[in-house]
Design a protein around this ligand. Structure first.
Ligand code: GLN
Length: 303
């Protein structure tokens, strides 16, 4: 497969599509980003790298981090994770509160905010130095020791945390947060503030295409856990647009309101895109279009 040529075609064609949507406004610090940034990076399972556009610029990975916190929690709790949250698509917005009441504080899945906050609580319990240990995990799986939090973004999210604070407090009222609410939110805002380039993001997700092994050969998850995490990304990774995303792209993936997407074709490649303009579901418009072009041109999708 000539990924280089295909990526060039995808990049040029995607850029010509009408660019719709706006940069996220929910975190003030993120509104400063240039909406017209656009990058793609693909790493093949053989370890060959292909980047185009702004693929070497750092951006806020936001909810893409949720796949990586689940991976870490899964690595030490395995199926016990599911005692406190589900594996069903929610059909609601990522920051919705509605289902929590009648589902008694058990979030539908780990990718909506409520579920990610429960996962954050598990990590705060299990890690000795939660923020640093999670950062070290990211640096290990990506092979990039310089990956870091953006403290301004974390603070900005903390300053405007009303909805996430409501979710965390509501979860706590059901007994599904075991630590101090502010400590859990602090961890969650930091995980979301992590910055990566498209290349670093694609490298971080490599183990999910490689039966659980990182680029440097470290076994992070078992094959069975990888299957499960990929299935969850496929069905829930784009919130109430997961069906549409699956229909168009056909690869497990995870989006974030920083405009990033990481997607992968098991045993073949990992691809990441960054374009900050979001559609009304909070997913990158151009990113989704680019991935649709990629799977159409390569004829490589899990379906
Ligand atoms: N940090 C953001 C929030 O909690 C992440 C949301 C997202 O990327 N979808 O609202």
């Amino acid at each position: 497969m000539n990924y280089k040529t295909i990526l060039q075609e995808v990049y040029q064609e995607a850029k010509k599509l009408p660019s719709s949507g706006n940069v996220s406004t929910s975190i003030p610090e993120l509104t400063k980003v240039d909406p017209d940034k656009f990058g793609i990076h693909l790493i093949s399972i053989e370890g060959e790298d292909f980047g185009i556009g702004d693929s070497n610029e750092k951006f806020s990975i936001q909810s893409v981090s949720k796949a990586l916190t689940v991976a870490l929690a899964f690595s030490f709790l395995d199926e016990r994770i599911w005692e406190r949250l589900g594996v069903e698509p929610s059909g609601s917005a990522f920051n919705s509160l509605v289902q929590l009441e009648y589902e008694k504080g058990i979030p539908r899945n780990p990718f909506i905010n409520a579920g990610a906050i429960v996962i954050a609580d598990m990590l705060v319990t299990h890690l000795e130095n939660p923020k640093q240990d999670f950062l070290d995990f990211i640096r290990m799986i990506s092979g990039s020791p310089t990956i870091d939090f953006n403290l301004k973004v974390a603070q900005s999210e903390k300053d405007t945390r009303f909805r996430n604070a409501a979710l965390a407090n509501f979860l706590k009222s059901f007994g599904n947060i075991t630590n101090d609410v502010e400590a859990v939110l602090d961890f969650y805002f930091h995980q979301c503030s992590i910055e990566m380039t498209c290349k670093e993001l694609a490298h971080s997700f490599f183990f999910l295409a490689n039966e659980g092994k990182t680029i440097s050969g470290i076994q992070v998850l078992t094959k069975s856990q990888v299957k499960r995490l990929n299935a969850l990304m496929q069905t829930c990774g784009f919130y109430d647009e997961s069906g549409e995303y699956t229909y168009k792209v056909g690869l497990p993936g995870k989006s974030g309101i920083g405009g990033g997407i990481a997607a992968l074709y098991p045993k073949n490649f990992v691809v990441s895109t960054w374009s900050p303009r979001l559609n009304e579901k909070g997913n990158s418009d151009l990113g989704m279009n680019a991935l649709e072009l990629l799977t159409t041109k390569t004829e490589m999708s899990i379906f």
